[in-house]
Write a protein that binds this ligand. Structure first.
Ligand SMILES: [Zn+2]
Length: 84
């Protein structure tokens, strides 16, 4: 691409793809009842990230404790990019 074309291309707004994190992806793969239970567990700050990640991993979802922690802070500067 030449310089003019490249500069002109900057005017075109890029659609930002909001990528879901591992927890967001896991939530999308669950049934309504399971999703409700997982969301309740995510909201309960007495449940440690590690315990929750372990349960999800046992069910075949690739979710780390850091992933759980980041998803709980989604939308914040140190959280994931999942929609609130
Ligand atoms: Zn997330």
């Amino acid at each position: 691409m030449d310089l003019i074309a490249e500069l002109n291309d900057l005017h075109v707004p890029k659609t930002v793809v909001r990528r879901l994190c591992a927890v967001g992806t896991a939530l999308g793969s669950l049934s309504d009842d399971e999703r409700e239970a997982l969301n309740a567990a995510l909201l309960n700050d007495k449940i440690h990230h590690t315990s929750l990640a372990q349960v999800l991993t046992n069910s075949g979802m690739k979710v780390s404790a850091v992933g759980v922690s980041r998803h709980r802070r989604r939308g914040e500067s140190n959280g994931c990019r999942c929609p609130r």
